[in-house]
Design a protein around this ligand. Structure first.
Ligand SMILES: [Zn+2]
Length: 319
């Protein structure tokens, strides 16, 4: 289990499983001779993509960023992507029930990011999976999702969000809002026009420094935890190099650690040149401030620090 402490917040990764994606589409214009050095493809040229949700305990709120692929895919989509549908089981294994979630944030509304927002009840009616939660998603995404282009219409499944917007349970965001103290959203266009990253900690708008409240004070330890035989074993170890002050769920701007070079965008990106500019804007702040980056689709390394090595090449350093 991936878990760490960020000041007073506790951050954990929960997966909805993995699914196959065409390696060519996943790496856009990058030739296979290059991307296959980083990620292995099977005989059909598929690579494994993760579905990582970030769970944050702030002390006053339980926040879930992204809800995976869910369990409502059509037979046709299941043929392409399978339907691992493991998120609720993985949350339950850590003692977290759907009723425990106070806030759900979607970075954008593609089917593999908001699938568990809703489920079908016994009568087939679409109902919120997290009954008590306030849901948040980018307003521009929702507007676009109502009339998507023919290119990406398949990625938008209205039952994941329309019933929540209609009932008032989902709030639409302009970008830049602070949702709870220490958790805010910021628009990074490229993958879609309105995708929002979720920023947690001092980079999320909270003051830092000597006079800052406790929850943003420097925390000298990173807590590593493992779930062994159903028991959460927590080991506090001194952080030798740095402190987690800010984490960012960067979503499909940088879907995996193999996509950290500015020009390694996905073929799915609607605005590939914007992806490059948005990555540069992100790195300009995240690298000097040592942000922990959370990767939606990395099946092995859900979070890492992004650095430049001596040659200026981008590298991901695991926690
Ligand atoms: Zn997407």
């Amino acid at each position: 289990m991936h878990q760490l402490a960020l000041c007073d917040f506790e951050l954990s990764i929960f997966s909805d499983g993995t699914y196959p994606l065409d390696g060519g589409a996943f790496f856009g214009v990058i030739p296979k001779v290059m991307w296959s050095r980083r990620v292995a493809a099977d005989e059909r040229n598929y690579v494994a993509a993760g579905l990582n949700s970030l769970f944050i305990r702030t002390g006053s709120h339980n926040v879930l960023v992204e809800t995976g692929m869910g369990n409502k895919l059509s037979e046709r989509m299941i043929k392409f992507y399978g339907q691992p549908a493991k998120l609720l089981d993985n949350l339950a294994a850590a003692g977290i029930s759907p009723e425990d979630i106070d806030i759900v944030i979607n970075s954008h509304l593609h089917f593999d990011h908001c699938g568990w927002n809703t489920v079908r009840d016994k009568t087939g009616k679409i109902v919120p999976t997290f009954p008590r939660a306030k849901y948040y998603a980018p307003e521009g995404e929702w507007q676009y999702a109502r009339r998507p282009s023919e290119r990406d219409a398949i990625s938008y499944l209205p039952e994941n969000y329309d019933p929540l917007v209609e009932s008032g349970q989902m709030t639409l965001l302009k970008g830049g809002e602070e949702i709870v103290p220490g958790i805010s959203v910021q628009t990074f266009s490229g993958h879609t026009a309105h995708m929002q990253a979720v920023i947690i900690g001092s980079g999320g708008g909270l003051p830092s420094g000597a006079n800052a409240p406790n929850r943003v004070a420097l925390n000298g330890t990173v807590r590593l935890a493992s779930l062994a035989q159903g028991r959460l074993e927590t080991e506090a170890v001194p952080s030798p190099v740095r402190t987690v002050r800010t984490a960012c769920y960067i979503s499909d701007l940088i879907p995996t650690t193999a996509h950290i070079d500015a020009t390694w965008g996905m073929g799915f990106d609607l605005y590939p040149l914007d992806t490059i500019e948005s990555k540069k804007r992100y790195y300009a702040q995240a690298i000097p401030e040592n942000w922990l980056t959370v990767f939606t689709h990395d099946p092995k390394m859900p979070w890492a620090y992004i650095e430049r090595d001596e040659l200026g090449k981008m590298v991901a350093k695991g926690v």
